[in-house]
Structures are given as structure tokens and as C-alpha cells.
Write a protein that binds this ligand. Structure first.
Ligand code: NAD
Ligand code: ZN
Length: 360
């Protein structure tokens, strides 16, 4: 047996208001006055001076606002990298991503592509990155994806939706300031929070489970129950706990895998552009046969928070379109293997997936 030797985020600062220490964190990392820090910021904050006025800009440092309306694309990364190279006197000192999973993934991918030749799509897969990325910092403003700790950056390319999974992908520094999540709209809070919950269920029910993943998965699952089903927490406590649930949920899948909901949700996302959090919820709602306990609790959480999920997404799809989704889902072999074991193909046929998609 050969075990995987994974890197982790080497530095993390946790605490409400810790965002104010960003200047202290970045200053020692500046390579020269000509090597700027580039802040990639969710454009939801564009007119939010509460946050943007605290971004420490010096010399040629720049903020680039990016919309999170769509999930990151490989050509978007290539264009950003080109823009940064053309507009910087020297290679940047660092890339700082401020936002949800979308901005965190963009920051990771840009920092990799600044030091690796070619286009982002060439690196979708496992361990294809050759050179160390430039210094990159992740600052989540919504909790759940675990993108702040993970070893991947999920990108949609011309061929597929697949992560750049590599030892150079994880952030060098993460800032966990739960205050940054205070204005997340309720539905989005639920969808992204459920991404974390689903990570836990899929990891804990998976065949790849081991004590490393289990311990993180259990911690995150307990936190999710407290946050989404309990009545005791103040807003601040709930925000802090969800931030840690996201972290632990992400740690849990570093050493295992996700499962059925993620595989099928990637299909929805590829064909229809359905975003990750809500897509996972739409799929997970129909997965009682795979995750009976998990789906039961999920439905309780949905009711408690008065969330109604879109229906009929796949009703009018042609066979050809359904086939595209099925192909994307089936290509994610490790996810199926984790969910159902080596013989997953006995349960998961094209017909089975079609009938599941048609319920959504
Ligand atoms: P997101 O980044 O797509 O943001 C969702 C919405 O919330 C956006 O409209 C955004 O503008 C808004 N938002 C974010 N912070 C806010 C705040 N503080 N106040 C108000 N609005 C705010 O959401 P997400 O669910 O965190 O990320 C989804 C993405 O993460 C997908 O692209 C998915 O592929 C990726 N993902 C990556 C990993 C990984 O390990 N790399 C894991 C899971 C998901
Ligand atoms: Zn996820």
C-alpha cells in the first residue's frame, strides 16, 4: 500500500476582525515595489466600502473585481493571467482571493497559471502542475465549500468540469474572519452551507473512509446539525461555527472523496450552468436510496429554513442533453467508487442516472 502525502494550508488566522491584520500578513511577502499584490474580489463587494476600504493597497497593488454569477472557466483564468502579466512590471508578489468558492478557486488557478506555461485546461486533472504557484491567500466571505483548505480548484473547460488537483493548489495563507460572511443572503447561506453538509455525508458514507477523514467529517457534521437544526446559537456563533464546519468538511474530503450528489451535480452544472451549492441540494434531495439518514436530515433542515428548491430542471431536456449530463457524471470514477465501491457500475447504469435526472 502506498499512502498519499498531502500538503496542508501552512498558515491560518482565525477571528472576527482578523481581516484588519492583512497588511501585517502581506508586507513580509512583498518581493519588490514592482511586484504587486493582486486582490481578486467578488464584485458583490464593489460598492461595499466596509470591506474594500480595508484592503491594504501599496505601490502597484490592484483590486480586480470579478463576478461570481458563473462558476470559474479555464478561459477566464487564461484571460486574467494575461491581464495581470501585461499590467505588472514584475511577476506579482501574491494573489489574494476574497469571496466564496468561486473567487477562492479563481485565485488558486491564477496563482498556478502565473508560473506554469500554456493554458489552464491543460492542467485539469491530477498532479499535472509542474512549477510551484506564486504566493496565494484565501479569504472566504461565505462558508461551506471547503475551497479554503482543499487541494483543488474546480474549473469548467471546453471538455469538462474538473479540478486542477495538485500539491501547489492549496493556499499559503488563509484568513478566517466570520464577520465577512454577515451579509450573505439566506438562500445562498443555505446552499453553500449544505455543500459542507453533503461533503460530510458523502465522505462519512463512502468506501474510502479512514480515521483521518472520519474525525474531520464527524466534527463538521456535528457543527452542521448545531447550525442548521439547533436553536441556541447567536448569529456570530453560527457564522463562526459554519466557517469551521467548512474547514473540517474540506479536510475530511482531502483524504477521501465526495460521492453521488457531487457526481450528478457536476453534470447539471456542465450542461445547465447550475451552481455548485444549489445543484448539490437539488440532486441530494432525490438520493434517499443512497444516503437515507443524510437525506432525511437534509429535508428537515430545508423545512426549518423554509427553503424551496427549483423543480423540473430536466423535464424538457432532450435525450442528447441528458446523455451529456450522464457522460459528465459517469466520468467521475473516483466519486462513484467512493460512494458505492469497486462494483459501482452494477448499480449506476445510464438508465438509472437518466431516471434520477428526470426527477430533478
Ligand atoms: P460563490 O462563490 O459562487 O458565491 C455565491 C454567491 O454568494 C455569489 O452571488 C456571491 O457574490 C455571493 N456572496 C459571497 N460572499 C458574500 C457575502 N459575504 N455577502 C453577500 N453575498 C456574498 O459560492 P460558493 O458556494 O462559496 O462557491 C461555489 C464554487 O465553489 C463553485 O464554483 C464550486 O465549483 C466551487 N467549489 C470548490 C471547491 C474546492 O475544493 N475548490 C469545493 C466546493 C465547491
Ligand atoms: Zn462540494
Amino acid at each position: 500500500m502506498s499512502y498519499k502525502n498531502f500538503p496542508m494550508v501552512p498558515r491560518v488566522i482565525f477571528g472576527r476582525g482578523s481581516f484588519n491584520q492583512l497588511s501585517d500578513i502581506l508586507t513580509p511577502k512583498r518581493l519588490s515595489i514592482n511586484a504587486p499584490f493582486i486582490f481578486l474580489v467578488d464584485d458583490v463587494f464593489k460598492s461595499n466600502s466596509w470591506l474594500t476600504s480595508r484592503i491594504p493597497l501599496s505601490y502597484d497593488d490592484k483590486i480586480i473585481y470579478i463576478s461570481a454569477a458563473e462558476e470559474p472557466k479555464t478561459d477566464q483564468i487564461d484571460m486574467l493571467v494575461e491581464e495581470i502579466i501585461l499590467n505588472s512590471k514584475e511577476r506579482p508578489s501574491g494573489i489574494i482571493g476574497i469571496g466564496g468558492g468561486t473567487l477562492l478557486d479563481i485565485a488558486k488557478a491564477v496563482s498556478i497559471m502565473l508560473t506554469n506555461e500554456g493554458n489552464a485546461e491543460e492542467y485539469q486533472g491530477w498532479d499535472l502542475v509542474k512549477n510551484e504557484a506564486i504566493y496565494h491567500v484565501g479569504i472566504p466571505t461565505i462558508s461551506g465549500t471547503g475551497a479554503e483548505v482543499s487541494r483543488t480548484t474546480v474549473l469548467t473547460g471546453p471538455e469538462r468540469k474538473l479540478g486542477i488537483n495538485s500539491d501547489f493548489t492549496p493556499f499559503d495563507q488563509v484568513v478566517l474572519d466570520s464577520e465577512l460572511t454577515k451579509d450573505v443572503p439566506k438562500d445562498q447561506w443555505f446552499y453553500t452551507g449544505m455543500d459542507c453538509y453533503i461533503h460530510c455525508v458523502e465522505s462519512l458514507q463512502g468506501t474510502y473512509l479512514n480515521a483521518f477523514s472520519e474525525s474531520y467529517g464527524n466534527m463538521a457534521l456535528e457543527l452542521c446539525k448545531e447550525i442548521f437544526l439547533g436553536n441556541e446559537l447567536t448569529n456570530t456563533q453560527a457564522q463562526e461555527k459554519l466557517m469551521m464546519a467548512s474547514w473540517h468538511g474540506g479536510m475530511s474530503i482531502v483524504y477521501s472523496q465526495v460521492g453521488v450528489a457531487h457526481a450528478m451535480s457536476y453534470g447539471l452544472s456542465y450542461l445547465l450552468g447550475t451552481k455548485h451549492g444549489i445543484g448539490n441540494c437539488i440532486v441530494f434531495d432525490h438520493l434517499e436510496e443512497f444516503y437515507p439518514e443524510g437525506v432525511k436530515l437534509f429535508k428537515e433542515m430545508k423545512t426549518k429554513h423554509d427553503i424551496s428548491l427549483p423543480k423540473g430542471l430536466c423535464t424538457d431536456l432532450t435525450d442528447k442533453e441528458l446523455d451529456i449530463m450522464i457522460d459528465v457524471a459517469l466520468s467521475l470514477v473516483p466519486l462513484w467508487e467512493n460512494a458505492l465501491g469497486k462494483n459501482w457500475k452494477k448499480t449506476i447504469t445510464r438508465k438509472k442516472l437518466k431516471s434520477l435526472y428526470q426527477k430533478m
